[in-house]
Design a protein. Structure first.
Length: 94
């Protein structure tokens, strides 16, 4: 299993590949067509760049909205295992 590079991008940067405005981007997040952001502080959020790139890729290859929602749901579920992946990687480097 490959551990993704954890680069965070702010909302405006995450929105650019979708070529849409702020309102439509938020609607896509609310509809489950874009992974939700993670909270950095009480007033700041960011997105995992690899999740945005993966979502763009499945959109380009023609996934239906239902398939994209399932894909995004799986991406969000995988967030729970990120810590375990990094702990394993760190232990292997010792």
């Amino acid at each position: 299993m490959t551990t993704p590079q954890l680069k965070l991008v702010r909302k405006n940067e995450a929105r650019l590949p979708f070529a849409c405005g702020k309102t439509l981007f938020q609607q896509k997040i609310n509809a489950g067509l874009v992974p939700p952001p993670i909270k950095l502080s009480s007033r700041a959020v960011a997105f995992y760049e690899h999740e945005i790139n993966a979502t763009i890729a499945v959109t380009i290859i023609g996934y239906t909205d239902a398939e994209i929602k399932d894909f995004v749901s799986n991406l969000v579920e995988q967030r729970k295992t990120l810590l375990d992946q990094y702990m394993y990687k760190a232990a292997a480097n010792d």
